[in-house]
Design a binder for this molecule. Structure first.
Ligand code: PRP
Ligand code: URA
Length: 209
């Protein structure tokens, strides 16, 4: 389990309660997904590629560690992962953004990839896959495999809610991938929804139901 990083903070818990509430409207839901992603970014970047630069303060020159420029790419899984993009880019404004479109077949729950558009030279970058929900783990595994097929070796998953079976599937299929997640819920229902969960994240972010 050392590849699973539970981001445990009362401020994130507080915001997850807002997401869980069935009365939370689309605008607030979207804003809070962004805010949680922004807070989670602090944790996932603990492993970011760094370099040391010299900075001249008004008093002295100091050696200062910074994030290596052009070393990180984020890849939201469409649609719901899009809701996390602005939260991450608020912290990392110049990060490049790839997109992977994956939808679950509503009956079989199997992931279907319908688009993939990634920045050039992605294979040398630390790639952070964004998706608020890790349910069966099928979409996450498909996205990670799509990146590996294109030569990416440094992959991190950033989720908000997951369940043990989805986490197990990802860690068994891709033991090299770190998962950063804010909350691990109880289980899936017969339709593949996380319990207690927050419902369909894509529909709640985009107001499609
Ligand atoms: C949701 C969610 C994840 C996926 C998780 O997407 O955003 O991508 O389900 O489920 P899994 O772990 O069982 O694969 P969905 O397929 O509903 O598409 P959407 O984001 O377009 O609503
Ligand atoms: N995808 C969602 O959006 N919600 C769930 O509970 C499971 C998968």
């Amino acid at each position: 389990m050392e590849k699973v990083h539970l981001i445990n903070h009362i401020l994130i818990d507080h915001k997850i309660a807002i997401l869980r509430d069935e009365n939370t409207k689309c605008k607030q839901f979207r804003e809070v997904v962004e805010e949680i992603a922004m807070l989670e970014t602090l944790e996932v970047l603990k492993d970011a590629p760094t370099k040391t630069i010299s900075v001249k303060t008004p008093l002295e020159i100091v050696e200062q560690k910074v994030i290596m420029e052009n070393s990180i790419v984020i890849v939201p899984i469409l649609r719901a992962g899009l809701g996390m993009v602005n939260g991450v880019t608020a912290m990392l404004p110049s990060v490049k953004v790839g997109h992977i479109g994956i939808a679950r077949n509503e009956e079989t729950l199997e992931p279907i990839e319908y688009m993939c558009k990634l920045p050039k030279n992605i294979e040398n970058k630390m790639v952070i896959v964004l998706d608020p929900m890790l349910a069966t783990g099928g979409s996450a595994c498909a996205a990670i495999q799509a990146l590996k097929d294109r030569g990416v070796t440094n992959i991190k998953m950033l989720n908000i809610l997951g369940v043990p079976e989805g986490i197990k599937k990802v860690t068994e299929t891709h033991p090299d991938v770190d998962i950063y997640i804010a909350k691990i819920d109880r289980c899936l229902n017969e339709k593949g929804y996380i319990l207690p969960g927050l419902g369909d994240a894509g529909d709640r972010i985009f107001g499609t139901k």
